[in-house]
Design a protein around this ligand. Sequence first.
Ligand SMILES: [Zn+2]
Ligand SMILES: [Zn+2]
Length: 67
Amino acid sequence: MTARSDPRCPNDNHGRTIIVVRHCPNCGDIVNATIPKKMCAHAVHAMRRRKQHCYCVDCGAQLRTRL
Ligand SMILES: [Zn+2]
Ligand SMILES: [Zn+2]
């Protein structure tokens, strides 16, 4: 398992000891590979898009286009 610390990504999931999500919502990197990938409903992605998440924390799908 590689713990990447990306200085460009400000999300605190990277530095946590207990990570409860599989993917970082900001950069899409897998932050906890032990959590199984989920199949998400469209409503879940729509809700996360409204919360300004760039990537789905469950499946890693890109939700928004990063500028
Ligand atoms: Zn990140
Ligand atoms: Zn998803």
